[in-house]
Design a protein. Structure first.
Ligand code: MN
Length: 287
């Protein structure tokens, strides 16, 4: 059993090229992590950026982390939050929330980052929506570099961000061989944002997901010659999830119900104060 490498798919979101590491047919989830889009880099102007208009979510938490640039988040809770590198936006959808990601009105320059979703467990997925911004996150010194702990715990250091199931996520910035202690009960995924890293005899570069099954108590990473890497981990998610569009649900009927609510604008997903248009797609083919 070694590292499993899957290639990301490519998509276009506004002006931004996206490398989608999760979900892929071969690998749907890593712990509760069920979606991972490496965004950019793309050139933003004060009025042109990600430009993702209001759209709904349920049953998941979104994690937004930038490596370059600035983005403005709006949501149906009334949040208006600028995010910059080193900061975390964490939105909990629960039974329903909607949001947009926009140009800031002032920032011009490159934008790059990653957006991740964590599936919520049965205990919280029908709960209230919520939003957290963390202006700074705890850091860990590693031999060979440093890590920012976005969610959960790395090397005894725990993020203040909310998690709903046993999950961790960290950004590693390494310029020398690094040994990273991990929970042997967790499965892990590695997504290189910049540079390259050798792990378990394979070289990982941007545009791929490296998956490691539960078992190891440490990961040995050798950057070539430096790397910025997202490390995602968690207990294998115990509930079978279904993903359709922006919803993490349990079956097709739930997807249909959620999407009818969004199309009818019946209040389940609230209203976002945004100049951008609501994102609307057709009902699922089975509806
Ligand atoms: Mn979204």
């Amino acid at each position: 059993m070694g590292i499993e490498i899957t290639e990301s798919s490519q998509a276009q979101v506004g002006i931004v090229t996206v490398r989608r590491a999760l979900p892929r047919r071969q690998r749907r989830t890593v712990g509760a992590w069920c979606f991972a889009d490496h965004l950019g880099p793309a050139e933003a102007t004060p009025t042109r950026g990600l430009d993702v208009g209001p759209h709904p979510h349920c049953g998941l938490q979104t994690v937004t982390w930038l490596t370059q640039g600035e983005v403005l988040h709006h949501d149906s809770l009334g949040t208006e939050q600028l995010i910059a590198p080193g900061q975390l936006n964490l939105m909990t959808a629960g039974r329903g929330v909607s949001h947009s990601e926009e140009a800031t009105g002032s920032y011009a320059g490159p934008v790059e980052g990653i957006q991740l979703w964590m599936a919520q467990p049965a205990a919280t997925r029908d709960g209230e929506p919520a939003f957290e911004h963390h202006a700074a996150l705890p850091e860990v010194d590693l031999a060979g570099g440093r890590a920012s702990v976005l969610v959960g715990t790395l090397a005894g250091t725990t993020s203040p961000a909310r998690i709903d199931s046993p999950t961790m996520g960290a950004e590693l910035r390494i310029d020398g061989p690094a040994t990273v202690p991990v929970d042997p009960a967790f499965e892990h995924g590695l997504i290189v944002l910049d540079g390259a890293v050798e792990v378990d005899g394979a070289v990982l570069t941007p545009g791929h997901l490296g998956y490691l099954a539960p078992g190891p108590a440490e990961l040995v990473l050798a950057p070539e010659p430096s790397a910025r890497v997202m490390l995602l981990g968690g207990l294998p998610f115990p509930e079978p999830i279904v993903m359709w569009w922006n919803y993490v649900i349990r079956d097709r009927a739930e997807a249909t119900a959620a999407h009818r609510a969004w199309l009818a604008d019946d209040g389940r997903f609230g209203t976002v104060g945004s100049a951008l248009e609501r994102v609307v797609v057709d009902l699922p083919p089975w509806a």
